[in-house]
Design a protein around this ligand. Sequence first.
Ligand code: HEC
Ligand code: HEC
Length: 210
Amino acid sequence: MQPRGLGIESPDYVWNEAEVEALEFEGDIASGEQLFAEQCESCHSAEGVGQLDGSVPKIAAQHETVVVKQLADILGGRRDSQASFQALAGLDTPEKIADVGAYVASLPVRLASGKGPGDPAALELGETLHQRDCSPCHRRFGQGMGERYYPKIGGQHYNYLRTQLRDIAVGRRRNALPTMMAIVRSYSDEELGAVADYLSRLDWPETELE
Ligand code: HEC
Ligand code: HEC
């Protein structure tokens, strides 16, 4: 069954059944806050900033749909990180996934991010590539679109972005959108670094956030 096509419009995209169940629940922020303190903040930090070295992603203010979907995908073995897979063992019901998803999404935007080398020519290239190839889905400031499951990627840590882009390119991230994979695969290593560095520096104008 291909339950929710909205946004993941590529005909080859295969949904994970588990996330569909979690997406049916309305998350309870108070219960999510407790789960987060007990099971998540040791790695992601109390603010949801993660680690600036990119070993743990920033998740504060990520769209609720995206958080729920990624949690279910990690639990479903569709992303390769053993550490994060084991860390989520306590999320053993769809309600808990929905609750912690609501809490993470409610955390305020955090500007602190691990950045790339900052070479001006590379940043210019990164901007050109982002505006042309990525912003149609991830939008101008990398703020994504919650209702379409497009993650916020602006202000994400550089090293994390680089790792994910490499995993997307080689198919190790098995929930990636095939149309995005084709774009990312066509990039050279220099182009991937440039777009990641540009994205890691994007700011969050209040008015642009939905
Ligand atoms: C042991 C450290 C650790 C703990 C504890 C942990 N995580 Fe993570 N988390 C990670 C790492 C590392 C990744 C990146 C996974 C990858 O590269 O595929 C990640 C990825 C994620 C993502 C995907 C982010 C994205 O941008 O796609 C979400 C959402 C997330 N974690 C939420 C949580 C929640 C909620 C909890 C608590 C229930 C939690 N994590 C506990 C280390 C941890
Ligand atoms: C057709 C829409 C589309 C385009 C174009 C696109 N993406 Fe994505 N992107 C997505 C979707 C959807 C996801 C989440 C897929 C999933 O994990 O289910 C995603 C996920 C990501 C992630 C992982 C985010 C995280 O938090 O782990 C990164 C990084 C990313 N995209 C970067 C890019 C870059 C850079 C470009 C341009 C070179 C790009 N994307 C183009 C739709 C798109």
